[in-house]
Design a binder for this molecule. Structure first.
Ligand code: ADP
Ligand code: TRP
Length: 333
């Protein structure tokens, strides 16, 4: 991965949960750690604004995302960490790209289509609850990506289409004005498990079934106790490979601990004991990061300092590229 530019955005729309950690944060930290080039990770706060329209909530969630990544080991000396809204060049490029994007491309974007389909089923007007920010969301995402000449964009499966739209928009620009933007590729963790929530469905803030990462230990314990299990009796053997508790345990325990718990499942372990083992493994892993997270959240000025330094580095890349783009479209200054 020499000299590659890796970039990803994280939307501040809810409390970070175990599913987000295992499915997105852990792999993205690994990718950043392995990269010899430039890694840019940013808080997509203006994407968040399409959903979160409460002053305190948007601010707190944005700090929460930054503190989460820092607490889990993102090194701001190696990765450029910034807030999208601190880089105004993204929004200038957003307008330029909007003018090159056919409306039909947005009509086909899945987030917008999903809302339209739902409205139709409910007998509502197709555009109920759709703001223009949500409709043009993929164009802003294209600006995020293209302004940094990103090679690789690590995302969840649901975001593949958006990276493809960014490529499409870049190709249109290059065709009209000559070669300017690199065409980005997405990276998806094919092997990443879909982490089940308390009720067995995919863990998601939309289902209200999450285990947030940085709750106090006793809340974590209570939540883990709520994980749905079947009615197998305590002494009866249990299949580790179909157990959601075991699946989560595997993400946090050592190979020896995993083997040990596997044996205990096979010889008969009560669900209460299995949950206690899971709690201990998750809690041991989270103890340090939780402390770091709480310290950072109590000192938002420290977070601001890191984010401002990140924005400064990001703008050092963005400003010259935007100047080049403006000169290509005929707006030399
Ligand atoms: P949510 O479903 O809670 O709204 P997001 O859609 O904001 O979560 O997801 C943020 C990132 O976390 C995405 O990359 C997504 O793929 C990943 N993710 C979310 N939930 C899970 C899960 N249950 N298992 C694995 N990865 C997940
Ligand atoms: N749309 C992404 C999500 O919902 C967040 C995001 C915004 C992003 N801009 C990006 C991801 C640029 C990768 C690259 O998760």
């Amino acid at each position: 991965m020499s000299n590659e530019i890796v970039l990803t955005g994280i939307k501040p729309t809810g409390k970070v949960h175990l599913g987000n950690y295992i499915g997105a944060i852990k792999p993205a930290l690994q990718i950043a750690g392995a990269s010899n080039g430039t890694a840019l990770y940013f808080i997509a706060d203006y994407h968040g604004l399409t959903f979160i329209q409460n002053r305190d909530e948007l601010g707190n969630l944005s700090y929460g995302i930054a503190a989460t990544w820092l607490a889990l080991g993102l090194d701001p000396g190696r990765v450029v960490l910034y807030r999208q809204s601190d880089v105004p060049e993204i929004f200038e490029l957003n307008w330029i790209l909007s003018c090159l994007t056919p409306k039909g491309l947005m009509n086909r974007a899945h987030a917008y289509k999903a809302i339209q389909d739902q409205n139709e089923q409910l007998g509502l007007d197709a555009d109920t609850g759709v703001n223009m920010g949500l409709f043009t969301y993929p164009i802003l995402m294209a600006a995020d990506i293209l302004l940094f000449q990103s090679d690789k964009v690590p995302v969840g499966k649901d975001q593949i289409q958006h990276v493809e739209i960014a490529r499409d928009i870049a190709e249109r620009f290059n065709r009209n004005y000559g070669d300017t933007f690199k065409l980005p590729d997405y990276i998806v963790g094919e092997n990443t498990a879909v982490i089940p929530g308390l009720d067995g469905r995919k863990m998601s803030k939309s289902y209200n079934n999450t285990i947030p990462l940085f709750e106090p230990a006793d809340t974590l314990k209570k939540l883990i106790r709520k994980i749905k299990t079947d009615s197998t009796l305590p002494h009866e053997p249990k299949d580790p490979d179909t157990s959601n508790i075991f699946l989560l345990y595997k993400e946090f325990a050592t190979p020896a601990q995993i083997q040990d718990l596997r044996n205990r499942y096979l010889s008969g372990i009560s669900w209460g004991e299995a949950k206690q083992e899971l709690f201990q493994a998750v809690n041991a892993f989270l103890e340090e990061p939780r402390k770091k997270y709480n310290d950072l959240m109590a000192a938002p000025e420290q977070i601001d300092q890191i984010l401002h330094e990140g924005a400064r580095k990001a703008r050092a890349i963005a400003v010259p590229l935007l100047a080049k783009v403006k000169s290509k479209i005929g707006l030399e200054n």
